[in-house]
Ligand binder design. Sequence first.
Ligand code: GAL
Length: 471
Amino acid sequence: MKKHRLTIFIFALMLLQCANIFAQQAGKTDAIYSGLPWYDQNGKVVSAHGANIVQENGKFYLFGEAHSDTSNAFAGFNCYSSKDLYNWKFESVALPVQKNGKLGANRVGERVKVMKNPFSGEFIMLMHVDTLGYKDQFVGYATAKNIAGPYQFKGPLLFKGKPIKKWDMGTFQDDDGTGYLLTHGGMIHQLSKDFKSIIAEINPAITTGFESPTLFRKNNTYYFIGSHLTSWEKNDNYYYTAKSLYGPWTARGLLAPKDKLTWNSQATFVLKISGTKDTTFMFMGDRWSFPKQLSSATYVWQPITFKGDSISIPQYLNAWTINLNTGTANPKSIIRKTILPGDQTISLTGNWKYSTIDSISIIRSDETKASLSFKFNGKQIGLYAVLLPDNGYAKVEIRDKKGKTIMSNIIDLYSKSPMLQLAFLSPVLPKSDYNLTVSVLGERPNWSDKRKSLYGSTGNNITIAKLIIQE
Ligand code: GAL
């Protein structure tokens, strides 16, 4: 009996140690890394899409859609907090799936946005509510006394007693504290003083489409970003400027270079970070990955470049830093030990092909379970991939020296617009011997929209350019 207890005790201790591997290293992420899964303090993937950020008590609070890898049904809205915008702590499911009603199981809840009402101090959450087939769309709201919730879902936000029957939405809070709801097409609706209803439609639709409406202000110019209507597929987002929210709005063209599909993302919010020297406006976009939106959808957060009142994201930064005192953003070069595809220390199983794409050496396979393994001693490992239209999902696993899997995740290597980028970066681990295995999952992101148009990848390939190691 005693021996039995001891075994249980040792086993519990081992479990604790295993759970702690990430917790021990919390706070170690040193930059904003786009296009790869982020891990919270428990080693779980950060799931917060269609998000926004609210600053409160010296912290940033990130609100976004929780997702699953199996269906598009509402899975709640998550809340994370951070002091540096690099390391995210899971706070709560701010609004869980309701027992029944319009945000119950098998409904859709998207594009959650939270604002603090400056007059009441209450937190107001707005969201797109719908059926799974997107046939009962309206803007809903929820309220909470504390930023991380719990939020109480109140139903539709009303204008003259009627719901706003729109799909994509966003919010904007002007410098005087007034709150606005933005809806697809570019409509702007002014919120009542308590943010719980609409008092006026102050700007009519500017155009058709214009999904994921995202608005910010710099000095006396308003910038209004939106995307084309291509479901979860990424496209070239574009923007308008105006001197007043009432317009007139001037079309200003694309936000990122043409055909780069907004660096393979869709706008959701712009965060203003003011410091003693600079103000950085951070574009926040979603890199959707249907159906594996929990494990594989990622975040594209990039500093916006201004030239007069033109904005752009001229290049994709794999990593960049923000100094929260000065407000200055800087690209971060990732200098690590590099292992190229032909390296003798990489072991392969299954069928792989070596080739080059734009003079970048790559190794590629589409055979399910074909794998690439690499042993390393260090603290962190990363993977650069060439994202391609016929790429699919890769499974990434890290084992410790005893062969025990300490992390496993699926990453998406598909992009309609080819790009070389950092596609995986492990959490910072205690320095030790590990084994990284990357294998072909044999699945790919693809789906059809409500008009039955087909979207997504044409193959299950994974295309790897190099590994990087922090010793
Ligand atoms: C996009 C929209 C997303 C989601 C998706 C569903 O256009 O921006 O929020 O609704 O369609 O296909």
